[in-house]
Write a protein that binds this ligand. Structure first.
Ligand code: B12
Ligand code: SF4
Length: 474
């Protein structure tokens, strides 16, 4: 008996890190695993062909109406799964709900010819989080017998339980452990599963926020977990709902994992897949000190990237900024707004003054702000609040900022979040919510105003060629 994990098509051509972790968790239970990278197959066969725009749009929520080159896709798919045996288990990796149309299509093709048990898991299977769609989606899949088992969210315990039940558990499985679970320390063979797909046109198309652009070709982008959940409860965010318990590993444990990957494959670039890597200021500072001392001892250049929280000035020291720069930090920061009233309502716990100070400190110390994220159309955002974005534009005009890319995201309303109570929303069309005069169209106009300004100011933009992809959750 074998477990097959299939990577369904997604926006980029990378194999998801969670899928590798899942494969490793099965192997730890002595289950034989094989990965089918069907995403890569799609890229290799269709990228830069006439069919590509249709294929690229197909996975976007609500847009799967175009005609796909079905005959060729079917042929490629049946060839990819041709070695699956009747008693094997098929697992589908759903990285984000954006790819659910792909899941449905491939699952239906699979069901036509095979009778195997099917389970799904990945970050697109969360509980309850987002707009609540995941959970409902899960119920729907189970009702229509499209899947037998669903792994919602973090799966270190549930995969183990599933194996120990001899793969008989059905329905939705969910856990969030109180400690950071035993993830990571992946074997070498799982690190080099990256796509060999190497089209220069593709490279110029995608701007990675999480992957250092200077990564040497032969090195894998190694990912590491430091934390789970978040210390804050910002009103617009799904993390407090989908991963309510905050955990952080010790700085020493994380350094051990870094050393492990350095010894194993010479890795010097590390992506942290956390929601907030610096939730605990003291633990994170300890980590930076250890990391800096280690790279000095080894006499190597390193770089790392992660989602980093802006905080009030008192959380940062000169030493902190020096360490960020020395260890090659590439930070993705959700500053989220320029209006203090909106920041207060969001429960961000800092003000514009702190944001400005933080950005200028990064400039002074040469800390790379790889991505700055901004929210537009927050339910309480007035015209006056919106105009506060001029403070950002003025800052950009009078300084050369260390921000490589910006991303402006219209606010979405997470089910069961505090925002749900103050807007009019029908979750069958969750992006179409209103709050008085703040309609979908108004939010899009406001986004366009900020987008245009940033582009006119020559700012880098987090952009896929098909920018609809980035807007699909508006
Ligand atoms: C890194 C990241 C990215 C990177 C991915 C880089 C890469 N090559 O992998 C980039 C920037 C490209 C990206 C893009 C997007 N992302 Co993103 N991303 C993340 C982030 C920060 C980390 C994901 C990760 O690797 N975690 C570490 C792994 C180990 O955890 P995991 O994936 O959850 O895996 C565990 C379990 O899920 C399970 N598991 C995983 N796979 C499988 C498979 C099977 C079969 C089983 C049984 C179990 C299993 O086991 C693992 C161990 O417990 C998460 C937020 C977060 N902190 O998790 C958002 C997140 C996954 N992204 C999200 C979204 C929405 C997107 C975009 C759609 C954004 C957009 N509108 O463009 C795109 C879509 C990309 C796509 N579909 O192709 C959402 C997904 C929400 C949802 N339910 O759909 C998340 C959760 C953030 C959020 N809260 O909004 N993203
Ligand atoms: S700090 Fe970031 S991850 Fe944490 S709740 Fe706020 S938005 Fe979400």
């Amino acid at each position: 008996m074998k477990v097959w994990i299939l990577q369904i098509p997604r926006i980029d051509n990378e194999l998801s890190w969670g899928l590798r972790e899942a494969a490793n968790l099965f192997e730890k239970q002595n289950v034989e695993v094989e990965i089918i990278n069907f995403n890569d197959t799609m890229y290799k066969n269709f990228f830069n062909t006439d069919a590509w725009p249709t294929i690229e749009e197909f996975g976007v929520l609500g847009q799967g109406k175009e005609k796909l080159p079905m005959q060729k896709i079917e042929k490629l798919f049946y060839s990819a799964v041709s070695n699956v045996q009747p008693d094997d288990i098929m697992l589908w990796s759903i990285f984000s709900t954006e790819s659910r149309e792909w899941f449905l299509l491939l699952n239906i093709l699979f069901k036509k010819k095979f009778k195997n048990k099917i389970a799904i898991g990945g970050s697109g299977c969360r509980h309850p989080g987002e707009t609540g769609l995941e959970s409902e989606w899960g119920d729907w899949l189970i009702n229509y017998k499209l899947v037998d088992t669903i792994f919602l969210g973090e799966s270190s315990k549930t995969i183990q339980e599933f194996c120990q039940s001899n793969f008989t558990i059905t329905g939705k499985m969910y856990n969030q452990t109180k400690q950071v679970p035993g993830l990571g320390f992946l074997p070498k063979k799982l690190l080099f599963k990256d796509s060999p797909f190497n089209d220069p046109a593709y490279k110029s198309k995608v701007c990675y926020a999480h992957i250092p652009s200077s990564k040497p070709k032969e090195q894998p982008a190694v990912s590491i977990h430091f934390t789970q959940g978040c210390v804050k409860k910002c009103t617009f965010c799904d993390v407090p709902l989908s991963t309510p318990i905050w955990n952080m590993k010790s700085a020493d444990d994380v350094l051990d994992e870094i050393k492990y990957y350095h010894d194993l494959v010479g890795a010097t670039y590390f992506n942290f897949q956390d929601n907030t890597i610096n939730g605990s200021t003291s633990m994170f500072l300890k980590f930076l000190r250890l990391l800096s001392a280690w790279k000095d001892k080894e006499n190597i250049e390193i770089a790392w990237s992660g989602q980093f929280a802006c905080k009030t000035k008192s959380h940062f020291s000169e030493e902190y900024f020096n360490l960020l720069a020395e260890t090659g930090a590439k930070l993705a920061v959700g500053f989220d707004h320029c209006s203090d009233d909106v920041l207060d309502h969001m429960k961000k716990l800092y003000k514009w003054d702190d944001i400005e100070w933080f950005i200028l400190k990064c400039k002074k110390h040469n800390v790379d702000l790889k991505l700055a994220m901004w929210i537009v159309g927050y339910p309480t955002e007035t015209e006056k609040d919106l105009a506060e974005y001029n403070k950002l534009f003025n800052l950009i005009e009078s300084n050369e900022l260390p921000i490589s890319t910006h991303q402006v995201i219209p606010c979405s309303i997470i089910r069961n979040s505090p925002l749900e109570k103050i807007v009019d929303i029908d979750y069958r069309q969750p992006n179409n919510w209103t709050k008085d005069t703040l309609t979908h169209d108004v939010r899009l106009q406001r986004k366009k105003w900020i987008d245009d300004k940033l582009i006119a100011l020559g700012q880098g933009y987090f952009k896929y060629d098909n920018s609809k992809m980035r807007n699909s959750r508006i």
